[in-house]
Design a protein around this ligand. Structure first.
Ligand SMILES: C[S@@+](CC[C@H](N)C(=O)[O-])C[C@H]1O[C@@H](n2cnc3c(N)ncnc32)[C@H](O)[C@@H]1O
Length: 312
């Protein structure tokens, strides 16, 4: 983990109070902490840094269960294809990430991509902001993103059919800067970052995956600046009981709080500034992109991800 992150980090277990974490560095390489720990002087919690990866998800026991599909190597390979397929000229590659990136106006400050998986959008933001951070609860995803950050090239085994595979190589373009990105294991519902520290916040295909979608928006709002900030949310709104109980959904139901469609409800929440979502956001016209996940040569998932871009 790059040392420059230290000044941003706070204990995710002590929220809403913000206590700085103290680093105990065991092994370092230039400005990177390879091995060590981060310690909260208030609650005494310890967060490890192993092989350069900071483990800052306070609920990691839940998210790293073997049942967490995002730790599975086949799923890592699927997401590497989804994020970087364009770079190895796959004719079926998704253009979604480039389209989302175009929605962000270049801006000074730090970008944070929540649930950023294997890192594509974080790399895109390294070209539009001073620094970009990707967080995800999946250790396997963050390891893959950091490998790309360090090596700038990664061989990926893509499934053809059954036990057959072929290998492709991802090479990052020069416009994406390794010295301007970092990836940490963290939870979007308890972000280890100081309030008002983030200029550009993105949440792509995440809001329907967390147990409390409103808490995710509140955490987004806590860490983003009160002015000079952008927020991009995109999602297929595939609400499910597996991710969150119905009473927590922000849409997809006929009655009760947040009845109607998720995208409209998120836009109303942002524009209203209530529920700890102020100062109010100026919400732009909604839109959608086709997002793709590849399982094997003959099997893809095509997902319409509906977005809203907001500024304040
Ligand atoms: C559907 S994927 C979308 C990944 C990426 N944003 C994209 O659009 O390609 C959902 C991602 O959210 C991560 N995730 C799920 N719950 C999370 C949480 N509470 N905090 C942070 N990441 C989370 C998963 O590990 C996974 O990488």
């Amino acid at each position: 983990m790059k040392k420059q992150l230290l000044e941003l980090l706070i204990c995710p277990l002590c929220l809403p109070f913000e206590y700085s974490l103290v680093a105990d560095i065991r092994e370092e390489d230039k400005s990177d902490i390879e091995t060590g720990s981060l310690h909260c002087p208030h609650c005494a919690a310890q967060f490890l840094i192993t092989e350069g990866v900071a483990l800052l998800d306070p609920y990691s026991a839940d998210s790293q269960q073997p049942t967490n599909k995002y730790e599975n190597m086949e799923v890592v390979s699927s997401y590497l294809w989804s994020h970087y397929g364009e770079l190895f000229d796959d004719p079926h590659a998704s253009q979604a990430y480039a389209t989302w990136a175009e929605l962000i106006n270049p801006q000074g400050g730090i970008a944070l991509d929540a649930g950023g998986a294997v890192g594509r959008f974080t790399f895109e933001m390294s070209n539009r902001c001073d620094f970009a951070i990707g967080i995800d609860t999946s250790h396997a995803f963050i390891q893959a993103a950091r490998r790309l950050m360090r090596q700038r090239s990664l061989a990926v085994r893509l499934k053809d059919e059954g036990l057959l595979h072929h290998e492709v190589t991802i090479n990052l373009p020069d416009a994406w800067h390794s010295d301007k990105v970092e990836f940490v294991v963290a939870n979007a519902l308890a972000l280890p970052f100081r309030k008002k520290s983030i200029a550009v916040f993105s949440s792509l295909n995440l809001v329907d995956k967390v147990p409390s979608p409103l808490k995710h928006l509140q955490e987004m709002n806590r860490v983003t600046r009160g002015s000079g900030a952008q927020f991009l949310l995109s999602d297929p709104f595939s609400w499910s009981n597996e991710a969150a109980p119905v009473d927590q959904w922000l849409g997809g139901k006929a009655e009760g709080p947040y009845a109607g469609k998720g995208l409209a409800n998120v836009a109303t929440l942002l524009a209203g500034g209530q529920n700890d979502l102020g100062p109010v956001w100026q919400v732009g016209e909604p839109g959608s992109v086709w997002w793709k996940i590849r399982t094997h040569t003959n099997h893809y998932e095509l997902i319409r991800s509906c977005f809203v871009h907001a500024c304040r």
